[in-house]
Design a protein around this ligand. Structure first.
Ligand code: SAJ
Length: 428
């Protein structure tokens, strides 16, 4: 608990920053939220979460937390935490513009002795080579002397009912000991998770990048196995269940129609680009994994095209429905979602495409499942929302669906065996 009523500013009020700001506020810090998006700020001040998250909505309703677009409150803050997005550009190079903008806006108001924390995911070297110079140039202050800098990579897992901003373990790194102790004490005061001290900023930056690169290569591994097994007639999901019986050295990942989200398909590129530029090292394995995962939307659409061609049909003017826009189950986040690549590939092959996602109506072609399925002969399930997992063969038969490509292997394929519906999963 914070007894000194320190002032904390959180810059960037999205999936990472808003839960963190609400937690700091609940733990006794005088907390300000800053975001450049006026609409988002107004929603928050009207106690409406700007994204679909029950916990955040509840916390917002009981919090006296306020948001603003003004950065000058930083001058009163003991701690400022940068939680802005770190996406990639269309050419997959890191886009650090949001971080750069936040640093420039903060630097004009840095309070002497304050701590600046970066939570946004970045490759090793960004804190020392970009953030510190930006903060120093525009403030005339010296990092590690006049103010302190630290990195604590975010570990938000949207839709996770077990791990959240309050209980997840964290790693922290800083330029020097005072900053490290300050960032350790701050996270120890607001979270129940273990706080692990790294030796320097680069190590803290590297932890998050390898965590998510590890996940991306594991998903790519099982996607490659799935593509191979679909040709060999082996059910990869059953094989994974078998492999899981080994209680060590096997970590189950599951094949799917692609890898979405603001982390997994993005973070490896930050390391690939940094290593190439900084040392000339080529991360061949990380790049191959990215290519395999980026190809899964096309593999998924080709599964459908091969299935209909076996029936003498062609994609041209063939109506299909994509179920799911969000990048993972039961949330509304559609950043980097493979659904968009699936839709693009399907239209390129000549299909007439409708789509429906109850969590992302604004990106769906229709606002109800029934309307989206009207006239369709095939369905591609791209997101394993509970609503879609519970759909039965009878439901699809009643909607005259003849082909189902289950991009998340979320339906029970055995139930379709005795029907005229052609069911294909990814690797099964
Ligand atoms: N996916 C697969 N197969 C899998 C797992 C995921 O195809 O076996 C796909 C999902 O459908 C989704 C994408 O990959 O499109 C990413 O899924 P994710 O479960 O990794 O979800 P994220 O992006 O929310 O990842 C977060 C990350 N958390 C942080 O970066 C702080 C990641 O580090 C976590 O490992 C992950 O949650 C998690 O474990 O749930």
């Amino acid at each position: 608990m914070n007894n000194k009523k320190e002032h904390v500013a959180v810059i960037g009020l999205g999936y990472v920053g808003l839960p963190l700001a609400l937690l700091a506020s609940r733990k006794g810090y005088i907390t300000y939220g800053i975001d450049i998006d006026t609409q988002k700020v107004n929603k928050i001040n009207n106690k409406i979460s700007p994204f679909f998250d029950d916990e955040v909505q509840k916390e917002l309703e009981r919090s006296n937390f306020t948001a603003t677009t003004e950065f000058n409150i930083i001058k009163d803050c003991d701690i400022a935490i940068i939680c802005v997005p770190t996406p990639v550009n269309t050419d997959k190079t890191p886009n650090l513009k949001p971080v750069e903008g936040a640093c420039i806006s903060i630097s004009k108001h840095i309070k002497k002795g304050s701590l600046i924390i970066l939570e946004s995911t970045v490759n090793p070297g960004v804190c020392e080579n970009m953030i510190i110079p930006l903060l120093e140039e525009n403030s005339g202050l010296k990092a590690g002397v006049d103010f302190y800098i630290a990195h604590c990579p975010e570990r938000i897992n949207p839709g996770d009912n077990k791990w959240n901003v309050e209980n997840i373990n964290r790693v922290v790194g800083s330029l020097e000991k005072t900053g490290l102790d300050m960032v350790y004490n701050f996270y120890s005061s607001i979270t129940t998770g273990n706080i692990h001290k790294m030796n320097n900023l680069k190590e803290a930056e590297a932890v998050k990048i390898i965590e998510n690169s590890f996940r991306d290569i594991n998903i790519a591994f099982i996607n490659e196995i799935a593509m191979s097994f679909s040709l060999l007639g082996i059910d990869v999901v059953n094989v994974i269940e078998g492999a899981k019986t080994k209680p060590f050295s096997f970590l189950a990942h599951y094949p799917g129609c692609g890898v979405g989200g603001h982390c997994i398909p993005v973070d490896p590129y930050y390391l690939i680009e940094y290593a190439k530029k900084e040392s000339g090292f080529e991360h061949a394995f990380l790049s191959l994994a990215r290519n395999i995962n980026n190809n899964m939307p096309k593999f998924t659409v080709d599964l459908l095209s091969n299935s209909i061609k076996e029936k003498g049909l062609i994609p041209k003017d063939f109506k299909i429905t994509i179920l799911g826009i969000a990048y993972k189950a039961n949330i509304g986040d559609f950043r980097e979602s493979p659904s968009f690549a699936i839709i693009e590939e399907a239209e390129k092959q000549g299909y007439i495409v409708s789509s429906f996602d109850p969590f992302v109506l604004e990106k769906s072609t229709h606002t109800t499942l029934e309307e989206a399925l009207e006239g369709s002969r095939a369905v591609i399930i791209a997101t394993n929302h509970t609503l879609f997992k519970n759909l039965t063969p009878d439901f699809f038969i009643e909607k005259n669906i003849s082909f189902i490509i289950d991009g998340r292997n979320c339906l029970d394929k055995e139930k379709f065996k005795d029907t005229n519906i052609i069911y294909k999963g990814i690797g099964r």
